[in-house]
Design a protein around this ligand. Sequence first.
Ligand SMILES: NC(=O)c1ccc[n+]([C@@H]2O[C@H](COP(=O)([O-])OP(=O)(O)OC[C@H]3O[C@@H](n4cnc5c(N)ncnc54)[C@H](OP(=O)(O)O)[C@@H]3O)[C@@H](O)[C@H]2O)c1
Length: 244
Amino acid sequence: MRILILGATSPIARALAAEFACEDGADLYLAARDTAECERVARDLSVRSERAVYSGAFDASDFNGHPNFVRGVIERLGGLDGIVVAFGTLGDETTAQSDPAAALKTITANFTGAVSIVTLAAERLKAQGHGFIIVLASVAGDRGRAKNYVYGSAKGALTLFAGGLRGRLARSGVHVMTAKLGFVDTRMTYGRQSALTVSPARAAQEIHAKWRRGAEVVYVPSFWRPIMAAIRMVPERFFKRLGF
Ligand SMILES: NC(=O)c1ccc[n+]([C@@H]2O[C@H](COP(=O)([O-])OP(=O)(O)OC[C@H]3O[C@@H](n4cnc5c(N)ncnc54)[C@H](OP(=O)(O)O)[C@@H]3O)[C@@H](O)[C@H]2O)c1
């Protein structure tokens, strides 16, 4: 199995990469903007898993470069069986709420960049008649919140995009899984830990186990499903006053 992992310097992505390499014997291509860090992660994982682990540069906003990037990955891996979209950023939400450029940067890093690269990879997987796509979405995408609606709207759009793609590819042998993550202890949530925060290793194990079972839309951890169901039920006229 040959898997491309985007946003591979994320601790969640690293732990997931280890699951794929060590448990499934997959060969991997790890990519993010920080190529030096990607290379370190790739070397370490290659030694631990005894699998081929390559690394390279990927920037979500470099739309023109995406077709060549995908071609290069496929050449390096000798094919492609799966792709994991783990890149994303909270950005500066406060700035993004009044500065369109900052808002669009957040949208690009979480949504439009994913649309571009997933569309390219999906065409390849569809043509060959097998493969999988995992997107890391967020509980923040389930409802617009005053404190993070720019990031949340990008993740919500990503969830819708993945849902539609899952439907389009349903008969083509390509499986699309949407993982809606709650709070995971990474640099993204630094200083915001709560009782609901879990480790990147636990999140990755759950994502991997649910992917193996062929799940389609999952909450990680699962306890977020009832929490978000309750949050979605709060009437908007009350919700807007909560200010969170
Ligand atoms: N941590 C949480 O509580 C949480 C909750 C819900 C969802 N998520 C999602 O889980 C995923 C992993 O997040 P994380 O918490 O592990 O955060 P993280 O440590 O900040 O990792 C984010 C990853 O995205 C990459 N990235 C950021 N901007 C990029 C861009 N413009 N182009 C390409 N790559 C970019 C980063 O690498 P470079 O900077 O080197 O490019 C890094 O590999 C994200 O999609 C995030 O939205 C996380």
